[in-house]
Write a protein of this length. Sequence first.
Length: 411
Amino acid sequence: MSPASAPHPVHFSGPLLQDDPAGVYREMRRDHGSVVPVILDGDVPAWLVLGYRELHQITGDPVLFSRDSDLWNQWENIPDDWPLLPMIGRKQPSILYTVGERHRERAGMLVNALEAVDPFELRSYAEKFADELIDGICPRGAADIIDEFATLLPVRVLTRLYGFSDEEGPELVTALNDMIDGRERALAGQTHLFTSMTALVAARRKAPADDVASRMLADTSGFTDEEIVQDLMVMMAAGHQPTADWIGNSLHLMLTDKRFAASLFGGRNSVAEAMNEVLWEDTPTQNVAGRWASRDTQLGGRRIRLGDMLLLGLQGANSDPQVRTDSSALTGGNSAHFSFGHGEHRCPFPAQEISEVIARTGIEVVLDRLPDIDLAVPAASLSRRPSPWLRGMSELPVTFTPTPALGGSHT
């Protein structure tokens, strides 16, 4: 049985998941079980895996459930302008679609390049750029913390780490957001990101520096410049928007959930707790495309055909009632969520650490610099971006007591 021929497949789109993804995942699980037949844009069929156990099985078996998108049995039905191509890709020489020993070598290259980032420099960059952004809004007493802070901070830090100039950051933010939202500007965003990365790699090939791009180029495993460009694109996309959404979703939780009220008034321990709660309940990376079955098999009571695509429902698995028996209880320090993936294609640990440092530093600067911060609108009026892949706030308008800018005193 294909996803399209299964009873009542679900049309998988952003608007469906925009307001109440937890409710939608509950309904999907009730109606279809842990493996849900879905229809993507253009009536393209796929399976959405919501079960924690089933997701563990998929990510732990890279041979049966391959990352090689060439296996997909739907390519003949995919037009060149399909808006989800940037999220899936074909013949894409990046680490995302590399398998076996070559994947392990590439993962090693990325880990080495990221591990060499000085943690003190990283935090210093994050504080510097966060303070500069807050300087631009603190005298006003009101701001949209998403548009004016969260969506700008991670990429400013990452561009510095990777080797870009600070001036190139804003256009890269726009390109990344366009690409990830999977709408009409997705392909244009991907093109801008590719062009920028290609220029960076060419420049660092001629003149190496102390940055991530140069360290990747210096690796002795024999990767081409094109492969390094693709991997830098992957790291930029995976490092920027989820981190921006982690900041926004965490601040949203602190501003709307009384359990975290202490975070707003100096309770720094609860910042980490709120950030971990978001990874369970409101994770930035909701769904990932994908894995492809290398042969006919069974999963969650479904018959999966050779070449079927399976979408990884990270948020659905995090809220699986077999794992979260009491969804109202705080998770504390439990980090057994799927928010960074699992298995050999999971987010590399140094990349997780970089994301956490940027997000936590950004949140702490907001709370330090904007006294008595509060929502400027009713919580129920807030909206989310219409993406089924990444869940983030469209806006987070806040008010606070105006304070003077620090100027250059923090650099």
